[in-house]
Design a protein around this ligand. Structure first.
Ligand code: TMP
Length: 246
């Protein structure tokens, strides 16, 4: 009898082996952390929302020709994915100034960024996920210049599609974080998750800077009504996917 092994436990997900070495099982937890795990909590139903939203968005992105690690969901909080080696870079795409961009540059919250800003952060909790320059990325030899170019254009392409998708959900896609991985044949795949944990999502036509927040900033900033915001994102994403026949 095969027994699944826990391969890795992160802050929001647990990764298990399966009978097939090319397939892994991800369990999405309700645990929430912020500020590099200095703030900890639980968001009831978060695992299910993040798994379901990510699965739907990955399926839709695949239908548009964007390769992802997604296979299927054997349960609402479990996702089977292709085994990849994660590239230890957090790719952030920003359409509207918020979060660390405002804090570090003084740009006003809500300023439109056109063209969108693509940033690379080192995925290393001990170092506090520092912002990288192109030169530092080359110095660290995490990716080649060509791979970086591919990641950048894939991230911008995903942004164009996602922005339109959320527009149809009456949500502004402020910014989001992506992770990429390489499969055994060195193919670049979109990995990790796309969810209210990893995106900033603002309710359209609501100008109040606290009321409009539909993402993990409700937890980061103690804004309350976190669970209902996550559920609302899930409902709107599922409704849009249904309209698209997915
Ligand atoms: P930031 O403004 O804090 O740099 O965040 C940019 C985006 O990246 C935002 O949508 C939240 C997401 N994000 C993560 O998914 N994981 C993280 O650890 C951090 C810091 C941000």
């Amino acid at each position: 009898m095969f027994s699944a092994k826990k391969l890795y436990e992160g802050k929001a997900k647990i990764l298990y082996s399966t009978e097939d070495p090319d397939i892994l099982l991800t369990f999405f937890k309700d645990d929430a952390t912020a500020f590099n795990a200095q703030k900890k909590g639980t968001i009831a139903g978060k695992g299910e929302v993040n798994c379901t939203v990510s699965a739907g968005l990955f399926t839709w992105l695949e239908s548009l020709g964007i390769p992802t690690h997604y296979i299927d969901c054997p349960a609402t909080d479990k996702m089977r994915v292709r085994a990849v080696t994660i590239i230890p870079i957090e790719v952030v795409v920003r359409n509207i100034a918020a979060g660390s961009l405002c804090k570090q540059t003084g740009l006003p919250l809500g300023k439109l960024l056109n063209p969108p800003l693509v940033e690379f952060y080192l995925k290393d909790d001990e170092l506090g996920d520092p912002l990288l320059t192109f030169e530092r990325l080359m110095l660290l030899e995490i990716v080649s210049a060509e791979q970086l170019q591919n990641i950048r254009s894939m991230a911008l392409n995903i942004n164009q599609h996602l922005q339109q998708f959320f527009e149809n959900c009456k949500i502004n896609l402020v910014d989001f974080k992506l992770e990429f991985g390489l499969d055994r044949n060195n193919n670049l795949l979109l990995a990790d998750e796309i969810s209210p944990d990893t995106c900033r999502l603002w309710e359209q036509n609501v100008s109040d800077p606290q009321q409009r927040v539909m993402d993990k900033d409700r937890f980061r900033q103690d804004l309350g009504e976190i669970e209902s915001a996550y559920q609302e994102v899930k409902q709107r994403v599922l409704a849009r996917l249904e309209k698209l026949g997915l």
